[in-house]
Design a protein around this ligand. Sequence first.
Ligand code: IVH
Length: 662
Amino acid sequence: MEERIEKLRKALNHHNYQYYVLSAPEISDFEYDTLMAELIQLEKEHPVFFDPNSPSQRVGNDSNQNFLQVKHKYPMLSLGNTYNEADIREFDQRVSKGLNAPYQYVCELKYDGASISLTYENGRLKYALTRGDGEQGDDVTNNVRTIKSIPLTLAGTGFPKQFEIRGEVFLPHKGFKQLNQERDEAGENLFANPRNAASGSLKIQNSALVAKRPLDCYLYYLLGEELPSDSHFENLQYGKAWGFKIPEENKICKNIDEVFAFITRWDKDRKDLPFDIDGIVIKVDSISQQRELGFTAKSPRWAISYKFKAEQAVTRLKGVDFQVGRTGAITPVANLEPVFLAGTTVKRASLHNADIISMLDLHLNDMVLVEKGGEIIPKIVGVKTEGRLPESERVRFISHCPECATELVRNEGEAAYYCPNEKGCPTQIKGKIVHFISRKAMNIDSLGEETIELLYSNQLIKNVADLYGLIKEQLLPLERMADKSASNIINSIQQSKSVPFERLLFGLGIRHVGATMAKNLAKAFGNMEALGRATYEELIQVEEIGDKIASSVLTYFSDTESINLLTKLKHHGLQFEMEKQELLSTKLAGLSIIASGKLQHFSREEIKSVIEANGGKAVSSISKLTDYLLAGENIGPNKLKKATDLGIPVITEEEFIKMLGS
Ligand code: IVH
């Protein structure tokens, strides 16, 4: 019996591949259904042979699932974006400089869907994760099993024992139209675009419903320790032989002019594709060269995306509002006569700053050119002055804060106007609290902007520390506050005390300190006290931290009001230090080490963790505070010279390994 089951599974996998990946079916739907019916029957009779990766499982399952958060083995980064030729040339120059050897590119289409990471072990789909925040994603394996073009078991031979393959789950135009039509008939909300529909589909709790959505998936990136080739392009061709749907459009480009030719071709031909693309991705082909170029905090240095020009529409400017952000920055927002643009109706658009307004010489009631690219908020990029009436009024930037009437200021070198009344402007005070509770910070999800507004206007809170002193009895008299919601609020505030230090640091809203920088600072200093004591010199040692952020951190910690706030937060028991990482040893304790060039035994990420796991600090720029330069192959001459000039010892990989004693 087992044999028959295996045989059916194999046959169904094969026909599935012919149909969904190659679009070249060899049997009729009826024959396929008959094989499937037999398999389902046999599996039902012999439950010992259950296999989650059986083709019968592609229909999904009705039971509600919760998505577990799983850490990515390799972080899922995004790509740097460009919109013009000059940027691409600059990218090419950086690559050329970074490599100092011949190289070639692979050009690919940039699919507009939801990214997915699939892990295979011994030729079987182990799990599928969404991108999430890049560090950890949702385990959506059950839903992904229903996507017919994703192989559950691999064909052929020669695949690594374990590897990851990444790609884009998307809805082709036809499937998108069909889905929205069904939703319309059922009286449900329509999806704005295929991308939202794809990412929404991956998060449905009932996988049987996902199975009904015509999702598809192109794979564009392999990761693992034992990939068959050093060429990214070739690895994808191997992937194709194992059963993955690999785009046919991928093309090796020997130089940047071939890249431009690819871009020009697809900017024209994309209209004829049966799915959305929003640009082109350009990757260095050689994996070892990719490794050599490495990553910035956010994206690889070996790849870039070229985004096609956004769609535009013309409409009338009805007025301009001025909004105050949590840092006091004033954002002008245009109110528009509603216009349909790239799949949605646009009523408001960003005007960026005062310079843009005066450069455009905007007048009320002007006909303006609105542009939207992907998820980005639409913006005004031009104005048609022809029909302007002589009496129409010029749009003027305000001189005083619309919330607290304080005179606005403009810092030298910055485009934005600020309301300097940081401590008294109610909008800024509330904005800071809203930032503090947000998902990437303290993630207090029972509180929202409206509740913060309510708590603030009832004088229950005036800063983030006050949240922790709230008691249920104070909330109950508030408008529309049920007993249950009050308990939820108090509970989730209390629970947030265990949110890790780096997220608390981000939540404080120190100017220019985003989530990534907060993480870097937390890692480098380990706790709030050490960070508060850090000097400018020490701060700019930290990965990605430059003058602007260092100065802002110093300003924050020299302000008595911040110190008072921190004292209160500490008193309430929030996390003021990093969770202790299990150290492998303390052999590198107190040492700042910079690694550069290509190493034999470690990737860029690995060497960092090895240094840290042995108590050292991995830094990314040389200064007199650096203790060692660990020099790999092809290390840049400038780095070496700087180290020698500063008298910093240069060590080889072997010497480094000796320092670890292994
Ligand atoms: S490569 C480390 N290739 O674009 C680089 N990405 O910001 C990994 N995307 O989230 C990405 N088509 O979901 C790559 N051919 C392609 C792509 C592609 C679409 C998406 C991907 C990622 C985003 C990059």
